[in-house]
Design a protein around this ligand. Structure first.
Ligand code: UDP
Length: 246
C-alpha cells in the first residue's frame, strides 16, 4: 500500500448524500454508506474533518424565496446541518469510528462548540471531527464553511464530494464528448460560470489562500481512498498545477 498523498483532509459532504432514494430528509442507510467511505480512509490513519451540508432538509435561499426572512432561513439551514451531523456521527460510531462533533452555533447538549485548537487536537487523537452549522453566520453556504475550516485547521486539501466525478470542460449531461479535467488551475476555475462545483465565495477563498480543492464522486467504489492516494480520480484544483484534461 502506498503512503497517502494527504495527511489531513477536509471532506465536504452535501446533505443530498444522506437522501438515499428519498426526496427529502435522512436515510440512515445512506448515512451508513457515507460513514463506510470515511472509515476507509480513517483506517489509513488520515486525519479527517467533515463539513456536512443541509440541502436534504432545508436551504436558506429556497426558504427565503418562499417568504421567510433570508437570515432566519439561513439559520434554519444551519440547524439542518446539525441534524445531518448527528446522523453521520451515529453512523460512524456504529461502525467503530470515534468522532467528535463541533457546531458553529452553540448547542452544547448535542455538540461541542467549534474551537479550532480542540478540533485539531481531536484529529491528532484519531477522531473524525464533524463540523456542523457551517460558518455560524448567514448568507453563505457550507462550501464556504468547508473552505474556511480547511484553512484554519491546516488541512492539506479540501475534498468536495459531488454527484459528478470531477469538473468537465462542458456539461457532460448535454455533451457526450465532454472531457474531465485531471488538474485545473484556480485561475481557469474561479469566475467560470460553467464550473459550478462549489459556490464562488468558497472557490475564491480557496484560491486566495492556496487551499487545493479535489472534486470527486463519493459513492463510486473506492474513489475517496483512491483520491487521497493521489490516483487520477476527480479533478484537482490548485494554484500550483497546469490545467490538463484527463
Ligand atoms: N448556511 C448558512 N451559513 C453557513 C452554512 C450554511 O447560512 O455557514 C445555511 C444556508 O441557508 C444553506 C443551508 O445552511 O443553504 C444548508 O447548507 P448548504 O446549502 O451548504 O448544504 P448542502 O448544499 O451542502 O447540502
Amino acid at each position: 500500500m502506498t503512503a497517502p498523498r494527504f495527511k489531513r483532509i477536509m471532506l465536504k459532504v452535501g446533505g443530498e448524500s444522506l437522501l438515499g432514494d428519498q426526496p427529502y430528509g435522512i436515510d440512515p442507510k445512506a448515512a451508513l454508506q457515507v460513514a463506510e467511505k470515511i472509515r476507509g480512509i480513517y483506517q489509513r490513519h488520515i486525519q479527517i474533518a467533515v463539513v456536512i451540508g443541509g440541502g436534504n432538509i432545508f436551504r436558506g435561499l429556497a426558504g427565503s424565496k418562499g417568504g421567510i426572512e433570508r437570515a432566519t432561513a439561513d439559520y434554519m439551514g444551519m440547524l439542518a446541518t446539525v441534524m445531518n451531523g448527528m446522523a453521520l456521527q451515529d453512523a460512524l460510531e456504529k461502525i467503530g469510528v470515534p468522532t467528535r462533533m463541533q457546531s458553529a452555533l452553540q448547542m452544547p447538549a448535542v455538540a461541542e462548540n467549534f474551537i479550532r485548537r480542540k478540533a485539531i487536537r481531536n484529529m491528532e487523537k484519531g477522531r473524525v471531527v464533524i463540523l456542523s452549522a457551517g460558518t455560524g453566520v448567514p448568507y453563505v453556504t457550507t462550501d464556504t464553511g468547508a473552505s474556511l475550516h480547511a484553512l484554519e485547521l491546516k488541512c492539506d486539501v479540501l475534498m468536495k464530494a459531488t454527484k459528478v466525478d470531477g469538473i468537465y470542460d462542458k456539461d457532460p449531461q448535454k455533451y457526450p464528448d465532454a472531457k474531465r479535467f485531471k488538474t485545473l488551475n484556480f485561475k481557469d476555475a474561479v469566475g467560470v460560470e460553467s464550473i459550478e462545483v462549489m459556490d464562488t465565495a468558497a472557490m475564491a477563498m480557496s484560491k486566495d489562500n492556496n487551499m487545493p480543492v479535489m472534486v470527486f464522486e463519493l459513492f463510486e467504489s473506492n474513489n475517496l481512498e483512491a483520491a487521497v492516494d493521489g490516483q487520477d480520480v476527480g479533478t484537482y484544483v490548485s494554484n500550483d498545477v497546469k490545467t490538463e484534461l484527463a
